[in-house]
Write a protein that binds this ligand. Structure first.
Ligand code: AKB
Length: 316
């Protein structure tokens, strides 16, 4: 990767990935883009930043040519709960943006990354040790766009030789940027509320297991996968990745080690609970480990300690 363009750079993954890429590859070699441009963000104020609506193919092409880009990291997309509330808009953004990004990668021979998700699985998928290759019949619009995206990744690789790479991200937990409208967001909110109010009401029910990962591992793995030799990668659609499989009460137990009077209550949201129940409990990540050395550093204990420490430094 020499000259990288990121879409959705102000989103949950983008805002941390952009800073890390600028640090590793140089300020002038990372072009951050997003549909909005808030001046109070480092992503906008400290490096190259351009406004881009990913449904505008001409503008995307113009920026790729202007900066002589060789790698495209396409992050702009709606998350699961928002996509479920606005399915038509989600199809237009998630698929329209992805197709434009793949086309520009084909035309300019770019290395390409876009995230898939555990949302690409559905109720018929084996719930535990979910295999790398298995049944994918999601029951959400988010999942439909993610499976379609995975198929497009395979197609553009096989048909046009585009160097497509992807992972099925679990819920991502970060102290820097809040997620926007996902099913796993409870696992981020819980830390903020624990510090602010000593209490949190979870919209996901007790006993609901989902895969999760700390954002610093997510950012590192994107770079690791993008730097892996092309001939080592057999799964061009997306790799299973996860660092932990947890339920709300597991986070509660861990937070209590730091905040003993923390209290967790439940007020379950049927829509997000339904989505969570259609996803796996714990996916098998062995293909990612074997093919490109995936190895997350943070488990629940380490992540909780760091989240609370970092959030204490912020004005919540
Ligand atoms: C969501 O909850 O929508 C995302 C995801 C798992 O893809 N965090």
């Amino acid at each position: 990767m020499k000259k990288i363009l990121i879409t959705g750079a102000l989103g949950q993954i983008g805002s941390e990935l952009t800073l890390k890429l600028r640090e590793s590859y140089g300020m002038d070699n990372v072009v951050a883009t997003d549909i909005k441009a808030p001046e109070d963000s480092k992503v906008v104020s400290e490096g190259i930043f351009e406004k881009l609506d990913v449904t505008d193919a001409d503008r995307m092409n113009e920026l790729v040519e202007k900066y002589d880009v060789d790698t495209l990291i396409h992050l702009a997309a709606f998350l699961s709960a928002v996509a479920e509330a606005k399915p038509k808009l989600a199809w237009d953004l998630n698929m329209g943006g992805l197709l434009n990004a793949l086309e520009v990668s084909r035309e300019h021979n770019l290395k390409f990354f876009t995230p898939s998700s555990i949302g690409a699985f559905g109720p018929e998928t084996p719930k535990d040790q979910t295999p790398q290759v298995t049944i994918q019949r999601p029951t959400t619009m988010y999942g439909v766009t993610k499976v379609s995206g995975e198929l497009l990744g395979d197609y553009y690789f096989q048909k046009f030789g585009v160097d497509t790479r992807s992972v099925r991200f679990p819920g991502l937990i970060s102290h820097a940027t809040l997620p926007g409208g996902g099913t796993t967001d409870y696992a981020v909110d819980i830390y903020y509320e624990a510090l602010k109010n000593n209490t949190y009401t979870s919209f996901i029910a007790e006993g609901t297991y989902m895969d999760m990962m700390y954002m610093s591992d997510a950012v590192d793995l994107i770079i690791q996968l993008m730097e892996a030799p092309s001939d080592q990668l057999k799964n061009r659609n997306a790799y299973n990745v996860s660092a932990m499989s947890i339920a709300p009460e597991d986070i509660e137990r861990e937070i209590k080690k730091h905040i003993p009077d923390f209290e967790l209550t439940y007020d379950v949201d049927p829509v997000r609970q339904g989505i969570a129940e259609s996803w796996p409990n714990a996916i098998d990540t062995s293909a990612a480990q074997e093919q490109w050395g995936f190895s997350p550093k943070y488990d629940l204990e380490k992540m909780t300690a760091d989240m609370l420490e970092q959030l204490k430094k912020k004005e919540l």
